[in-house]
Design a protein around this ligand. Sequence first.
Ligand SMILES: Cc1ncc(COP(=O)(O)OP(=O)(O)O)c(N)n1
Ligand SMILES: Cc1nc(C(=O)O)sc1CCOP(=O)(O)O
Ligand SMILES: [Mg+2]
Length: 204
Amino acid sequence: MNEHLLRKYFIMGSQNCVNDPRDILLKAIEAGITMFQFREKGSGSKNGNEKLKLGLELREICKTYDIPFIVNDHVELVNVLEADGIHVGQDDVSVEKLRKQFPYKIIGLSISNQDELKRSPINLVDYIGTGPIFGSKTKEDAKKPVGLEWIRSLRNQGLTLPIVGIGGINETNAQQVLEAGANGVSVISAITKSNHIFETVQKL
Ligand SMILES: Cc1ncc(COP(=O)(O)OP(=O)(O)O)c(N)n1
Ligand SMILES: Cc1nc(C(=O)O)sc1CCOP(=O)(O)O
Ligand SMILES: [Mg+2]
C-alpha cells in the first residue's frame, strides 16, 4: 500500500459522535484526512440494519472523495460495503485467513508488544497499527499505553512495514509519533470531539 495513506487516518463510529457522523466525516475529508476506518463498536454503537445503513452512507462519502474505506473487525462487511480493506487485532479473525479471502485488499493488524510481533505473520499485512501510544478513554478495553518507545523499538529492529500510531493522539502530540518512526497517526476523539475539525485536521 501507499504508506502516505496512513498519514491522517481517521477512525469513527456513531458511538464516538455527538453530531451526525456523516457531517463529521465530510468535514474531516474536506480538511485533509487520508484514510477512514468504520469502527461501529462498543457501548452506544449501532447493530444490524442500522449499522449497515450507516456503513453504506459513510462508504459512499469516501467513494465520492476517493478516500480509502477500511472496515474494523467485521469480515462480512468488507464485500457488502465494497471496502478497500480491513483492520484486525490479535484476537480477531486471523490474518492468514483474511489474506486468502482478500488477496488485493489492504489488511492492517494491531501489534502492541514484542510477543505479538513475534507471533504475527507480518509478511501478510500492509500496515501495523500500534498503541495505545498515549492514554485513551475512547476504547473501552484499551491496554496500558505503550509509549513512543515501542514505535522506536519496532524501527530499531529493522521493521520497514508502514506503521500508524493510535491512542490518545491529538494535534499537540502527533509530531512526536511521526518523529518516533510512524508513517502516520490514527485518531478518533481528536476529530470527533473537536469544535474546529478543519483546524484540528490541518494541525495533525
Ligand atoms: C489503525 C488501527 N490500529 C489499531 C486498532 C485497534 O484494533 P483492535 O486491537 O482490533 O481493537 P478494536 O479497534 O477492534 O477495538 C484499530 N482499530 N485501528
Ligand atoms: C481504537 C483504538 N485502538 C487502540 C489500540 O491501542 O489499539 S486505542 C483506540 C482508541 C483511539 O481513540 P482516541 O484517538 O480517541 O484515543
Ligand atoms: Mg479489532
